[in-house]
Design a protein around this ligand. Structure first.
Ligand code: AMP
Length: 146
């Protein structure tokens, strides 16, 4: 069995490039399509949900900046065309699952810090994405910064 459409989730940090390179190698070996997704998290989430002011303008700017950052990030992979770069707004787990289903992806690739102890209890995006995923999930171990 081989994969046909691989979705790689990126937080747009430098450390995420090895995750894309791994997903790309896998996609090449399976002759699968590769798509990239970044999720912009609502500002209110960072403040714990309830913010007594209108954040819509700021959120619009946040989304536009994220689009530029995604294009810069994806610029290293010229073979990924605009329709293979996705930007969504919301909670990463929910949006990654939604996009994977919508795009008919059969593998989601995420980076994993391999946390343990207290950090694991606090949770990670990789753990979160695994739960209830509509397809296989590959967690690529991220190297700790030197
Ligand atoms: P974290 O557990 O938050 O350190 O993130 C680990 C991995 O989850 C990253 O390497 C990405 O693959 C993915 N990820 C985290 N945040 C996002 C995001 N906002 N959008 C898409 N993927 C993300």
């Amino acid at each position: 069995m081989t994969y046909q459409h691989i979705l790689v989730a990126v937080d747009l940090t430098e450390e995420c490039h090895p995750v894309v390179i791994r997903a790309q190698a896998l996609a090449n070996s399976c002759q699968a399509r590769l798509s990239l997704v970044h999720i912009v998290e609502p500002m209110a989430m960072a403040f714990g949900g309830d913010v007594p002011m209108d954040l819509s303008m700021l959120q619009q700017q946040q989304f536009e900046q994220a689009r530029e950052r995604l294009n810069t990030f994806a610029g290293r992979y010229p073979e990924l065309t605009a329709d293979q770069r996705h930007l969504a707004y919301g909670q990463p787990r929910q949006e990654i699952h939604r996009l994977a289903t919508e795009q008919g992806c059969d593998l989601i690739v995420v980076g994993s810090h391999g946390r343990h102890g207290l950090a694991l209890l606090l949770g990670s995006t990789a753990n979160d994405v695994l739960h209830g995923a509509p397809c296989d999930v590959l967690a690529v171990r991220l190297k700790k910064p030197e």
